[in-house]
Design a protein around this ligand. Sequence first.
Ligand SMILES: N[C@@H](CCC(=O)N[C@@H](CS)C(=O)NCC(=O)O)C(=O)O
Length: 207
Amino acid sequence: MALILFHTPNSRSLRPLWLIEEMGLDFDLKVMAYYADYFASDSYREINPMGKVPALYDGDKLILESTVILQYILAKHGPSPLSVEPGEADFGFYLTWLHMVESGLSHYLAVYLGQMMGVDKYAVSEDFETYVKYQAEKAFEMLNNHLSQRSYIASERFTAADISVGYSLFLASKLCRLPLPNRVETYFERLQDRLAWQKIVSIKGET
Ligand SMILES: N[C@@H](CCC(=O)N[C@@H](CS)C(=O)NCC(=O)O)C(=O)O
């Protein structure tokens, strides 16, 4: 089995898991519940020195960062219509949204979620909540405007950029309970109708 994905329910590993399901690739899934001590342990850090999920092994190669993993899988295990190619007009939009929602949105939201759940002892500032909401509102407004002329992020079809954005909306709306603007909400509902999404969010438990 070439591809092995380390996954925790509700986490960023939903991004590569969603893509793998959509592409119908053969892979081995390792599901772990979230235990901060296990993620920090020597045995897990032998798998991923950063102590995080997702971690993808392609043979003996370790690939990290959920949105990078999307790009990697499409480049190495495509071709697939879920990728937007350099010759397509929306290539720039595609790459922007594929990566920006992690660094410019999910990153803040995940720390905020840790603060809400009391599991992140380093994120304690009340001002931080204001800052996260400010960052989220900018990203939601940009997305709401982007969707005024489009049903998907790029090339008028469902692509990995929608997977990347879709996970960030799940984190924002379902986990952090932030309200979404109307067009973004409708778009997110459309993404959640996908069978691959419904399958992966129902995966629970450990191996
Ligand atoms: N930017 C990284 C973030 C990875 C990340 O922080 N994952 C969280 C779960 S969503 C995690 O493993 N946290 C455990 C920890 O940092 O100890 C990505 O997109 O893969």
